[in-house]
Ligand binder design. Sequence first.
Ligand code: BGC
Length: 468
Amino acid sequence: MNIITSSTVVVPERISRYGLFICLMAALAGLLFGLDIGVISGALPFIAKQFALNDHVQEWIVSSMMVGAAIGALGAGWLSWSLGRRRTLALSAFMFIVGALWSGFALNPKQLIAARLLLGLAVGVASFSAPLYLSEIAPRRMRGAMISAYQLMITVGILSAFLSNIGLSYVADWRWMLGVIAIPAALFLLGVLALPDSPRWLLQRNRADEAEAILQRIYDDSNDVAAEMREVMTQNAQPKQGWGLLRKNSNFRRSVMLGVVLQTFQQLTGINVVMYYAPRIFALAGFSTHEQELWATVIVGLVNVIATFGAIALVDRWGRKPILYAGCAVMALGMTALALFLSAGMTDVTSRLWAVGTLLLFIAGFAMSAGPLVWILCSEIQPQQGRDFGIAVSTLVNWTANMIVAATFLSLLSWFGQVDTFLFYAFLNVAFGVVVFFYVPETRGVSLERIGKNLMAGKRLRDLGELD
Ligand code: BGC
């Protein structure tokens, strides 16, 4: 979902109010992404009850969105090139509205799966285009912050969905839970219609006058406008490549592969097992009423938001790798502790609270590390000429892996039992730490140009951030 960041930082300078409004509107796509991820955990038990669904159909209702998102991410590169970023975002907003209404009114599980597929298309397109648009329109010094802000919006979306799940659970109405998302989606559509086209896209289309006029409204200072125009022209001079570069350049294959591995491991942490099935996990931990389960889930969402601020504060101070090591250790610990509590059986309130604590530990570990950092790294490691392509591939993999994890969780539980399933996720988090050690570069404070040069000179992946 994300594109470009300048790893040196982050003081917003000379951006106009209009520029900030634009960024806020584009980041709203993250909110919708989060709402759609968060809403299903609250709605699923009611849907399952109404239609008497088995685990398999439930898994499909959850994961059809990811199938759509993978397809959407795949098509988004082409759409945003031919229609432009703004119209592509508007299209995704429209699909969000139709998908939300359709899922709210779905007459049977099949329709629900189809509606979630459409919502997925919207999410896939938005999760590629919004950060791309943001990175193209945000001033250089704000790009890193903007990508983190986008992730923050995702977590806020998830939390809002959890809260609306609670409100609506009192009336046991899954249709409202799903349908109500049409309202923020409509606001998003209105906002997107007010956005200008991306100046970089306009320049690629040789529409320099329009691009300059937009930049003048975004930046307060005309020197910044001139500098930005120069930079974009220089970058545009390098032809953008995708498959061709992948076929002929083994160095580019390495960075694409690293993006794929990072996004796969982000999902194998088990984050979305918690996001989609949290109430179910709390039921395993002995919470007896659905309301208790939903409240515990809200706390999960809250910790997810708060810990993301931690990442924003630390990412340019500690660097990427230390944060990822810390995150992997905390996530592995959280999953292991949860497995142990589940195996001990939770008969009293204290042990149930401990179980909630272990999940919160896991979430905090993810939100301060793998959540934002995988997106940031995936945008930093691709060379300029192949950046769109590399990021599209890693975004596609994020959604594919997301789908596989969502579609297999309930089956894993029934094949291996709860304890072994969570221990398995703990193991995967340790493996993630090992991968970080061997393959992930430290990119803090290193320019994108230097990283690209190191890559193309054949340096080891873990050394891509070296300055000599
Ligand atoms: C992940 C999503 C996840 C979300 C949770 C994102 O970085 O890509 O799959 O649901 O974080 O906050």
